[in-house]
Design a protein around this ligand. Structure first.
Ligand code: 7RM
Length: 655
């Protein structure tokens, strides 16, 4: 099992503080009867079908679930539209309710009622149609956190065009790879976005990318940075968002789509090869994101809900756009950095907008801890009533800090475990029911069944040992395949333990049955809650031209959870200088994006390998962590490791 996480994991398993729902919370919570678990378990299809009734259907489904392992179809025969469910159906009751409260990094405010958002989405859907897009054509989106981003998603969904959002922090190469895999016809971007006061040159990056993407016919450009961005528009190909919107009609009926119509593709890192295009479809995804948003956050009509994720990641798709909007919630969106202009920006936003539900990542909480309590203490946070976390295991210390300094002991914390592949929350407390234990995501959501198994696929009893986290039955928001690569879907997720979905995570059930997640057990790193494949970073290093071979591992980091350490063998004639180290770090950042920049680079004449020539990552992890070496008996050339270890010690914790 993942030894690098063992130490903090042992601390978690010894955790004995238990937090029942705060006084009064359960009584007002929309779900507070523990019977819900048994009820859902008895007939999980019936459970989901019952809640599917609260979506708006053009035509009701015939069959709840067709399950031909591992191929799932939910609500077949049904006709539905995600954009309709997020907008049109709220117009009668909630037309004047705020759908989006947006705050720019410089403090500008923009709000959209459901009526206004609906009109913008319809107009932009007509724009997309006008560019020749038809149901099924893919749309790539490369933007910052502006209201036009959810507008672009909902407009695509409205006309049945699957969207593929690429996080604005990704490089031109990462963008072109994703566009090419999806064969997107239109790219939607903006001149630039703002981060800590400076411009992220999205359009320039897009220009670089589009040189290599034959499928792109048009680039739609939103004006956001204005004079602050240096951009060029290519005649015929590039079109301004505002020009196209000027004459667009606000009348665009939502397409009546099959339940299984592809809603979106979102790329995520895997163990080997290029990123995987995770495919989500319409009805099941909408159902589970809607229900989990409602129950996990105890969402009520008057809540001001803020998920701080970027829409470039799945958390933003499911818990800024589809889940909350399917519920008709008021969503706060913030464009910029948490320390701009000062380190209290989040708390300033919470106070001014009276945010009631806050959903953020452990890495952010640890950053706030490091900055100190004076920043949250400057503000009145009494509006908050539910706090959430997602993205990686939260250490009990950070959990306690979140509880004390942000929740003031009165807001339940929901630690939600899920993945890009699962589409929606899977293991989580329900705040009106579940007693929480700091660091544990607690139990599967009603209708979900999980298990922990050993190497042979045998169930491990609670309290016994750590093992592989699996899911035992299909769930509505599950991904349906990997775009253009069904074999990889079967191989990666459904072959290791036949009949079960393997998550890639290690976990252990505590004595009471609660799940404690260790983290990835495959070659995927989790840096600040973002998944990065070791293989991607290794390829980027080799791509620099200076590197003969590279091996990348994760090390523990107090802020980012994991950090990237790269062991690099340089080509003959290239010297392992500090300049070279910086050059390689820079190259990786340029090639993939800043999130993939290695924290450490350790030069070595050789990499430790087994006799069958497999790189011994476990050993490298131990070296990078400065730990006593593990068993080296299977090593082809044990001297290599000692050399590595010495090198590392000379560097200390050099960054
Ligand atoms: C939503 C998201 C998925 C991976 C997953 C885990 C880790 C996410 C938690 C967590 C412990 C949590 N999608 N992870 N949430 N680990 N506790 N509450 O993050 O596809 O980007 O990442 O993230 O390792 O497999 S993701």
């Amino acid at each position: 099992m993942a030894t690098e996480a063992q130490s903090s994991f042992d601390i978690l398993l010894a955790e004995d503080r238990v937090y029942p729902p705060p006084p009064g919370f359960a009584a007002q919570a929309s779900v507070n009867d523990p019977q819900i678990y048994a009820e859902a378990d008895k007939d999980f299809e019936g459970f989901w079908a019952k809640h599917a009734e609260s979506l708006d259907w053009f035509q009701k489904w015939d069959t709840v679930l067709e399950w031909d392992v591992p191929w799932a179809k939910w609500f077949t025969g049904g006709k539905i539209n995600a954009s309709y469910n997020c907008l049109d159906r709220h117009l009668a009751d909630k037309g004047t309710k705020q759908a989006i409260i947006w705050e720019g990094e410089f403090g500008e405010q923009k709000t959209y009622t459901y009526t206004e958002l609906h009109a913008e989405v319809c107009k932009f859907a007509n724009v997309l149609k006008g560019l020749g897009l038809q149901t099924g054509d893919r749309v790539a989106i490369y933007m910052g956190m502006v209201p036009e981003l959810p507008i672009a998603l909902l407009a695509s969904a409205r006309i049945g065009c699957p969207h593929s959002v690429v996080f604005g922090g990704f490089s031109p190469d990462s963008l072109s790879d994703r566009i090419n895999d999806a064969e997107a016809k239109v790219l939607i971007t903006q001149d630039g976005s703002f981060r800590r006061g400076s411009v992220v040159p999205l359009k320039q990056n897009a220009d670089e990318a589009v040189k290599k993407t034959p499928s792109i016919e048009h680039v739609v450009v939103l004006r956001r940075a204005g004079d602050k961005a240096q951009i060029q528009m290519q005649e015929g190909r590039d079109l301004w968002w505002h020009d196209l919107m000027k004459d667009a009609s606000p009348d665009c009926p939502a397409e009546q789509l099959d339940s299984e119509h592809m809603l979106y593709i979102l790329y995520t890192s895997g163990t080997t090869g290029k990123p995987k295009g995770i495919v989500h479809t319409t009805a099941g995804y909408l159902l589970q994101t809607m229900l989990t948003t409602k129950w996990v956050f105890d969402l009520k009509d008057d809540d001001i809900y803020w998920c701080t994720a970027d829409i470039g990641w799945v958390t933003g798709h499911s818990y800024i756009v589809y889940g909350p909007m399917a519920n008709g919630a008021t969503c706060l969106m913030y464009e910029g950095a948490p320390d701009y202009p000062d380190k209290d920006r989040f708390w300033d936003i919470v106070q001014r907008h009276k945010v009631t539900i806050l959903y953020t990542a452990p890495t952010s909480i640890r950053t706030f801890m490091k900055w100190g309590t004076e920043y949250p203490e400057r503000h009145d946070l009494s509006s908050l009533r539910v706090l959430g976390t997602v993205g990686e295991p939260i250490n009990p210390e950070a959990w306690m800090w979140y509880n004390q300094y942000i929740g003031h002991g009165k807001s339940p914390i929901v630690d939600t475990w899920w993945q890009t592949e699962t589409g929606a929350i899977m293991i989580t407390p329900l705040p009106g029911i579940t007693e929480t234990i700091p660091g544990s995501a607690t139990v599967p959501f009603p209708g979900i069944s999980a298990s922990i198994v050993d190497e042979n696929g045998k169930d491990i009893e609670p309290g016994a040992a750590a093992g592989y986290l699996c899911l035992n039955r299909p769930w509505p928001s599950m991904f349906r395949t990997i775009f253009n690569d069904p074999d990889r879907y079967v191989q990666t997720y459904w072959s290791k333990f036949p009949g079960r979905y393997f998550t890639g995570d290690g976990a252990k059930q505590m004595n009471n049955g609660y799940y404690a997640i260790i983290g990835r057990v495959d070659d995927v790193l989790n840096v600040s809650g973002h998944r990065i494949g070791t293989w991607e970073v290794e390829s980027a290093l080799v791509d620099s031209g200076d590197v003969a071979e590279a091996a990348v591992v994760g090390t523990e980091d107090v802020i980012t959870g994991q950090a990237i350490a790269a062991f690099v063998t340089l080509k003959t004639g290239i010297e392992g200088t500090e300049d070279e180290r910086q050059k390689l770090k820079q190259h990786v950042a340029k090639k993939i994006g800043a999130i993939a920049r290695p924290k450490q680079i350790i030069f070595t004449a050789d990499l430790p390998k087994t006799r069958s020539a497999k790189i011994m990552r476990r050993l490298l992890r131990d070296v990078a962590a400065g730990r006593v070496l593990g068993d080296t008996t299977t090593l082809a050339d044990p001297a290599v490791v000692n050399e590595l270890k010495e090198q590392y010690e000379q560097m200390g914790a050099a960054e």
